[in-house]
Design a protein around this ligand. Structure first.
Ligand code: SF4
Length: 111
């Protein structure tokens, strides 16, 4: 979990041109004891549950693909689920494309 937060922090630093970075609204910043890099399916499901209530899941997914994050749950998608999107999309992926992917995988985009 700590590593996950560190990576989000790095993403934020890389994008300090904007006053408010999307990661400020990341739901995983509010929870403790969730392992976003677990191999166990039950723990992966717990992490994905956190993402289900995240308002910035599409932004997270887009950034994880752009950063070529291989491991962990990002944007509500498991490592396995995101693997194919690494192949399909590059860093030019539009945010609407990311939203469609997140919705397809069951997350609710509330904002
Ligand atoms: S989608 Fe999940 S991993 Fe990404 S910022 Fe939201 S809670 Fe964190």
């Amino acid at each position: 979990m700590m590593l996950h937060h560190c990576l989000i922090g790095i993403w934020r630093k890389q994008n300090q041109m904007t006053n408010e970075h999307w990661s400020e609204k990341a739901n995983c910043r509010q929870v403790k004891g969730i392992d976003f890099f677990a191999d166990d399916i039950n723990l992966i499901q717990r992490a994905k549950k956190v993402c289900e209530r995240c308002l910035v899941a599409a932004e997270c997914l887009k950034q994880s693909i752009r950063a070529e994050e291989i491991y962990g749950v990002w944007g509500g998608l498991s490592q396995r689920e995101r693997r194919k999107y690494h192949r399909l999309y590059d860093d030019k992926m539009e945010i609407n494309q990311a939203r469609e992917i997140v919705i397809k995988h069951g997350n609710k985009i509330l904002g």
